[in-house]
Design a protein around this ligand. Structure first.
Ligand code: MSP
Length: 509
């Protein structure tokens, strides 16, 4: 049976335009989704926009437009950003869609019917920017009297009737979940943070608001709208067709992995599994937290004017170059810094020199010296066998990294082979063989084509467009680009198209 794989991005708040951080989350999930498709799996890759809540209502008000109109506009920008970044999502859930309202309300009803929701009153601090209730002990009072949440966002004192979720009853079950499924939270840092937080005990969670209207109505009580995180988390179920999990999409629940930024793990590792347990629904296998990008060493912020627009970057450096840089620069899970210098270095050294030249040197010699005809595999020398073995082992190694979401380690593994292949071509010097032993030259070039084919096949998820062009030039047909297809040698005799450099050098003006 085909293994199915469900992966999600966080759904994006529509109170601001998309920036490089949002592109990063989206591209990381895209690489994983594409890789699983390459492995022949039945993939559902879900993304979307988080459109309710006080923050969105306030942003809309500030611009004097109805919240729905405001949400439509910004949601479309996120969709466009993902298109621009070549993000291959299968579904885009908007929390203002009817199907989502139905799903969130059904989840609420189920949790309520099971006895985990009660009406009370909330009194305490709320941070609208974080859309989070902040405990007294987490609030900082500044010298001028301002009070802020741990994120630095201002908090306000809220007092209103509210429905509560009995989160306090889930402490033991959550700890058991983490213990029995050591991979439920990744990587190790966030995992420790969550476990120690839950060990300290959990308070019931306020899950409705009455002081504003922009949200999903609580079933059976029109005075309340759902707390935006209850609404937002339910999007993952919406994509699977909830409340009808027996439908066409139902097989995609539970998710294999929710990829999230590290600042929202509490919502995903504590609230979300608790809501699901309360509803009697199966839990996702994993929540993985990635780090944050700074820009030239500084936190991105509107006031500093350093918010990076992914489209502008891809226009300047190239889309695949940008995708590559973001995936390569940082071990997935760590923080990183975007600097022009490192962007340019990576694209010139690793893409133009290492990979681009390897392909170009090989293909141009086939074009020039073999009339562009792909030679058959010849007799193999020891040196050939070593590099071919390294190539044959690569898919397994890369797969193992991808399975544990080590997106950057997987690239390093591919680069080991690229560097080895460059050393091989220098040792074998086919340009010299041209004069002394043309048959051997053909053998060497054929070994290189086969090695580059493995490399290119594995790099498709990272740089879909450029690598597709490289595979065209290698004479690899569309249906020969899966991992499975690597088990079959390309037939000799194919005419290869005229080679053209795929990864140009970037020259700073
Ligand atoms: N709406 C919530 C998520 C709800 S999921 C049920 C939210 N939205 S967000 O738009 O503020 O952020 C979405 C994601 O963008 C974050 O989780 C994070 O993954 C990513 N990033 C935003 N800024 C970032 C950086 N500077 N660097 C890397 N990623 C960051 O949170």
């Amino acid at each position: 049976m085909t293994r199915r794989f469900t992966i999600t991005t966080p759904i994006f708040y529509v109170n601001g335009a998309p920036h490089i951080g949002h592109a990063y989350t989206s591209i990381a999930c895209d690489v994983l989704a594409r890789f699983h498709r390459l492995m022949g799996e039945d993939v559902l890759f879900v993304t979307g926009t988080d459109e309710h809540g006080q923050k969105v209502e306030q942003s809309a008000l500030a611009q004097n437009v109805p919240p729905q109109e405001f949400a439509d506009r910004v949601s479309a920008q996120f969709r466009q950003m993902q298109q621009d970044m070549d993000v291959s999502a299968d579904d885009f859930v908007r929390t203002t869609e009817e199907r989502h309202k139905k799903s969130a309300q059904a989840l609420w009803k189920k949790v309520a019917d099971n006895g985990f929701i009660y009406l009370g009153a909330y009194e305490g601090w709320y941070s609208t920017r974080d859309e989070a209730f902040i405990g007294e002990d987490e609030v900082t009072t500044h010298e001028d009297g301002r009070k802020t949440a741990p994120s630095g966002a201002p908090v306000e004192w809220v007092r209103e009737p509210s429905y509560f979720f009995k989160l306090s009853e889930f402490q033991d079950r959550l700890l058991k979940l983490y213990q029995e499924n050591p991979d439920f939270i990744g990587p190790a840092g966030p995992k420790r943070e969550i476990e120690s937080f839950v060990r300290q005990g959990l308070r019931d969670l306020s899950i409705s608001r009455t002081s504003f209207r922009w949200g999903i109505e609580v079933p059976g009580d029109a005075d309340h709208v759902m707390y935006v995180w209850f609404d937002a988390l339910a999007n993952y179920l919406t994509a699977a067709g909830y409340p009808d999990l027996t439908g066409e999409k139902g097989r995609y629940w539970p998710a294999d992995v929710h990829v999230v930024g590290k600042e929202i793990i509490r919502f995903h590792c504590i609230y979300w599994p608790a809501f699901l347990m309360a509803a009697g629904l199966p839990l996702p296998s994993k929540v993985f937290a990635h780090g944050w990008w700074t820009v030239e060493g500084e936190k991105m912020s509107k006031s500093l004017g350093n918010v990076l627009d992914p489209k502008a970057l891809s226009d300047e450096f190239g889309l695949d170059q940008l995708r590559f840089f973001l995936m390569r620069e940082v071990p997935f899970g760590g923080d990183s810094n975007f600097s022009r210098r490192s962007m340019i270095t990576r694209m010139n050294v690793e893409l133009a020199n290492d990979l681009g030249n390897l392909a170009q040197r090989t293909l141009s010699q086939i074009a020039k010296n073999l009339d562009g005809v792909l030679p058959e595999r010849g007799a193999e020398t020891d040196d050939d066998q070593v590099i071919l073995k390294q190539a044959a082992d690569l898919p397994g190694l890369v797969k193992a990294h991808i399975e544990r979401l080590a997106i950057s380690d997987a690239l390093e593994e591919v680069w080991k082979l690229i560097r080895a292949a460059n050393a091989y071509i220098d040792r074998q010097a086919p340009w010299a063989l041209k004069k002394t032993d043309k048959a051997r030259m053909a053998d060497v070039l054929r070994v290189l084509v086969d090695v580059i084919r493995v490399i290119a096949t594995l790099l498709q998820p990272y740089m879909p467009q450029s690598i597709s062009r490289m595979l065209d030039q290698l004479g690899v047909e569309e249906n020969e680009r899966t991992l499975e297809a690597l088990n079959t040698l390309l037939p000799g005799g194919r005419i290869l198209p005229k080679p053209q450099g795929v990864f140009p050098r970037f020259v700073e003006e």
